[in-house]
Structure formats: structure tokens, C-alpha cells
Design a protein around this ligand. Structure first.
Ligand SMILES: C[S@@+](CC[C@H](N)C(=O)[O-])C[C@H]1O[C@@H](n2cnc3c(N)ncnc32)[C@H](O)[C@@H]1O
Length: 291
């Protein structure tokens, strides 16, 4: 199914499950009502692909959104879920959406989750008691940066982040890779870094098969509200020096291309870029859902 379609978001919300709204200590699960905040970006674009959405679950901790299944979040989990195999390590738990979807795969033996908020773990265990995926999910309470040492994982997906391209992305990658034995190291927002690099051309990374398939779908999908294909709405967000630093930190090979020329952006893209920059105090924040 096309990850950039509303039907995909709907199917993923259905697979997650129709949990009751519930509060456990500092944690509250709410179902929100089919409207994304106007400043919410589509994962790879501006603006949202679907302004009217299905009802979706959102996890609040001390009144702030921790994670929600809006289209941008669901799209951002597509590649890591597909890349998961063998024994997977991930932080943190949030809604537990990614651990559940990974554990449901035949090719995944175990998903080991590191989560710092005890009430998030208590809420998750109560909400999903009896679900078969839980047999494959182990949850460890504490700070992933202290706990993820001397472990062996086929894939690590780091998602403790509350902003796009968090300042600790490179340091986390270097530390986790140096202290553990890891096959593939992925983190939340990596596909956006890869896409910006490909579009800008100054840093040309090697791609995984899952990234290639994901970005091919993006390139050929038409926006659900406008006639244009999705690349019309792309604007750069991750500068080339940060792309280079991130690819080096995660051990991803890349080669140099010609310097990026902003003159190659269309008027639409330049207008969108100006809006992104004007709204960066909002769009850099991951707490993106509001009812
Ligand atoms: C965006 S959510 C993760 C969403 C999750 N991937 C899902 O599928 O729902 C981020 C989670 O990381 C947790 N977290 C933040 N910093 C952490 C840390 N240093 N160690 C472990 N967990 C952390 C937060 O409490 C939160 O539950």
C-alpha cells in the first residue's frame, strides 16, 4: 500500500487497535478528531497530504503530546518497520506503534525497547495485555543512553527525539555504534535527511532498498488535494554540512556532488521554504497534533 495515502494511515491505525481512551498516572491516551494542526508537515513535504483525517490515537504525558498516529508520523515509521529483522533495539516506547508493527513481522525475532517514562510502560502493558505481539517485545525502563551498552542487535532504531534532527543525533549514533555490536543503525527523520541530500545533490548517499522504494513512491504520488506530484511540495530543511556529519556518524557511505544551487528551486518551493522558515518555531517541534 502507498505510505503517502490516507488509506495507508487508516490501515495502520486499524492494525494498531481501537484502544479505549485511558489515563495511567502521568499518561493519557486520547482519540483526536480527524484534523491535523495547520502547521503539521507531511513527513517529506509541506503541507499535510490529508487535511481531513481518520480519528487517530495520541499519547499525552503531563499534558504534552508524546506521539500520535497522524500521517506524518505513520509515514516516518514506514522504512524502519520494513527494515526490521532479527533482533531489534529501539527507544523509546511512545504509543508502542513501531514495536508492535515490528513484532508482528515473521522475520523479527525480538524487539527490545528502552523507555525512560515508567507510566508509559505501565500504560502500554495494560492497554495491550493479551496481544500476541507482546510475546516478542521486551521493555527496559531507563535512559537509553545509559542502557544501550554491550548489546548485539541486527537493527537499532533510535526514536527518543521530540524535534526534527535533534542536536544529539550524531553523538547518539557514534556512541551507540561504538559501544554495541549493531547491523544497521537508523533514527527518526533519517529518510528526510536522505531525501534532502538526493534533492540538493551536494552530498550523494548510498541508499538502502527500503529507502529507494519509499522515495520512489513519493516521487510518483499525486497530492490528494492538489493535482501536483509530491516533489512539488518538497523544500530543503537539512543543510549539506549536517547531512555529511549525520552520514559519517551512522556509518553511511556518501560521495560529494556539485554545490547546491537554490536557484534551481521553483517559485512554489521558494514560497514554501519561506513559510517553513517563518514557522520554524512551530514546525521544528514534534508535538504536532491538536484537536
Ligand atoms: C516519539 S516517542 C516514540 C514513539 C514510538 N516509536 C512509537 O512507535 O510510538 C519518544 C519516546 O521516547 C522516550 N524517551 C525520551 N528520551 C528517552 C531516553 N533518553 N531514554 C529512553 N526513552 C526516552 C519518551 O518517553 C517517548 O516515550
Amino acid at each position: 500500500m502507498n505510505p503517502f495515502s490516507t488509506a495507508y494511515t487508516q490501515a495502520e491505525i486499524a492494525a494498531y487497535g481501537a484502544l479505549p481512551a485511558r489515563t495511567v498516572g502521568d499518561v493519557e491516551l486520547r482519540w483526536l478528531d480527524g484534523r491535523a494542526d495547520r502547521d503539521t508537515e507531511d513527513y517529506l513535504n509541506w503541507p499535510m497530504i490529508a487535511r481531513r483525517m481518520p480519528r487517530y490515537p495520541a499519547l499525552f504525558v503531563r499534558g504534552a503530546v508524546w506521539m500520535s498516529l497522524v500521517p506524518s508520523e505513520v509515514q516516518s515509521c514506514y522504512v524502519p518497520i520494513r527494515a526490521a529483522h532479527g533482533v531489534v533495539g529501539t527507544a523509546g516506547l511512545g504509543l508502542g506503534y513501531v514495536p508492535l508493527r515490528m513484532a508482528a513481522k515473521r522475520t523479527v525475532k525480538r524487539v527490545h525497547v528502552f523507555e525512560v517514562e515508567e507510566d508509559v510502560i505501565r500504560w502500554f502493558r495494560g492497554a495491550f495485555a493479551g496481544r500476541p505481539e507482546l510475546d516478542k517485545i521486551a521493555i527496559e525502563h531507563g535512559d537509553v543512553r545509559a542502557l544501550l551498552v554491550n548489546r548485539r542487535f541486527d537493527v537499532v532504531w533510535m526514536d527518543p527525539y521530540d524535534t526534527f534532527i535533534h542536536p544529539r543525533v550524531e553523538e547518539d549514533a557514534r556512541q551507540v555504534r561504538a559501544r554495541n555490536s549493531i547491523g544497521a543503525y537508523l533514527f527518526w527523520y533519517l529518510e528526510r535527511v536522505v531525501l534532502d541530500a538526493l534533492q540538493m545533490g551536494e552530498v550523494v548517499p548510498a541508499l538502502t532498498a527500503h529507502e529507494r522504494a519509499f522515495l520512489r513512491r513519493w516521487r510518483h504520488t499525486r497530492h490528494e488535494l492538489f493535482a501536483d506530484r509530491l516533489p512539488t511540495f518538497w523544500t530543503p530543511r537539512v543543510p549539506p554540512d549536517r547531512q555529511r556529519a549525520i552520514f559519517d556518524a551512522i556509518g553511511r557511505p556518501w560521495r560529494a556532488g556539485p554545490p547546491f544551487d537554490p536557484g534551481t528551486l521553483s517559485r512554489t518551493q521558494l514560497d514554501l521554504l519561506a513559510r517553513v522558515l517563518e514557522n520554524c518555531h512551530v514546525t521544528d517541534d514534534r508535538g504536532d497534533a491538536c484537536a
